[in-house]
Design a protein around this ligand. Structure first.
Ligand code: TXA
Ligand code: MG
Length: 339
């Protein structure tokens, strides 16, 4: 299959190009497009055959449900039962934006979207290309991140092409995504609401609006898996990755020790740094920034760059905290296989 690249202006999407991409969706094809978080692989959310193509292109396990992307509130009405008041307040406050809400689904949503669950994940992305594509297609779109299953999510069209070229119909190139990590996923069918995936919208912002949100334990040995996607290794570079925890000085000397051992064993070693001046001789050091907005924007890109460099072992400084840092720490842990 030939994959067509459509370059579209993110500030003012050209109607003729949006129309061309929307036609592909209507015919049951697959179109990768930018959102404010990461690139998604879009298909008609009401067309099971089109959705099957998404699973196939990504190599995604079929029990991992998809997020349905809408552009209007009538799109929401079409697929979800009437949300509780607290969910409506969230929607009003944060849509369009990096927030995915789990709601009770309507029958019209095919089982292949939800993995047979009676709920559906919905979000309204804050990106002009995404919104105009959904509107023009006239249907809601499923859109998992447009990467091969398990790989870091794409933040640029060329990351999408590296994973999916030849496997999908169209890639819209709309520049770099603004946030860089995926949306926050919150289950509003539970009381209190449950945070299933920290992401682009800090959970603290959500709590200001709906009160306490319970955190789902990240350990799946002790708790049933609520969001099936959480049980898979994710965001992972080819290299083995370790995160060295602890306070800054101890961490840096431990990293140096591990790096020297890796180098002695003949490995190509990458260092993921959150301190600008931190370097280890003989290793490929990549600085992700220190402010969370910067780190989120660079993280997946850096993981992909380590792969391109042929790095065998990535050693990372620790990163975490509240707000956007929570989502970043989650992606780092999963990249290191500590899901
Ligand atoms: O930022 C994003 O959310 C991006 C952009 C493209 O919109 N999309 C994205 O989709 O990250 P994906 O498929 O990579 O992640 C969807 C997550 C998975 O962890 C999945 O298990 C969870 O949402 N999910 C989907 N439907 C669900 C449901 N009904 N109940 C619980 N979790 C659900
Ligand atoms: Mg994904």
């Amino acid at each position: 299959m030939m994959t067509k690249i459509l370059k579209i202006n993110p500030l003012s999407p050209e109607p003729s190009k949006i129309k061309e991409a929307a036609e592909v969706i209507k015919r049951g094809g697959t179109v990768a497009f930018p959102t404010e978080t990461v690139y998604g692989l879009g298909a008609d959310a009401l067309n099971p055959e089109a959705i099957l193509k998404v699973f196939k292109a990504k190599g995604r396990p079929s029990d991992n449900p998809l997020i349905v992307h809408i552009a209007t509130f009538s799109g929401l009405e079409l697929i979800a039962k009437r949300p509780a008041k607290s969910a409506l307040v969230l929607i009003k406050e944060f849509w369009p934006g990096p927030l995915t809400i789990i709601l009770k689904k309507k029958k019209i949503v095919p089982d292949i979207v939800t993995g047979g669950l009676n709920t559906v994940a919905v979000r309204m992305p804050d990106n002009k290309i995404a919104l105009s594509l959904i509107k023009k297609a006239g249907v809601p779109l499923v859109a998992p991140s447009a990467n091969l299953s398990g790989k870091p999510s794409p933040t640029r069209a060329k990351d999408v092409a590296a994973d999916l070229s030849g496997k999908i119909d169209v890639i819209i190139d709309g520049g770099k995504t603004r946030i860089g990590i995926e949306s926050t996923v919150i289950d509003m069918t539970t009381s209190p609401p449950t945070l299933l995936r920290p992401g682009g919208l800090p959970v603290e912002e959500i709590e200001k609006v709906v009160g306490h949100v319970q955190r789902q334990s990240m350990s799946h040995e002790t708790t049933p898996v609520r969001s099936p996607g959480l049980k898979y290794r994710h965001y992972a570079p080819k290299a083995r990755m370790v995160i060295v925890e602890g306070d800054s000085d101890a961490v840096q000397s431990e990293i140096k020790k591990l790096a020297e051992k890796g180098l002695k064993d003949g490995k190509k070693v990458g260092i993921l740094a959150f301190h600008k001046e931190f370097r280890v001789e003989g290793c490929i050091t990549k600085y992700a920034g220190s402010r969370p907005g910067t780190v989120a924007g660079r993280l997946f890109n850096i993981l992909r760059a380590f792969d391109k460099d042929g790095v065998d072992l990535i050693i990372s400084e620790p990163y975490g905290g509240n707000g956007l840092k929570l989502g970043i720490a989650d992606r780092l842990r999963r990249a290191a296989g500590q899901g």
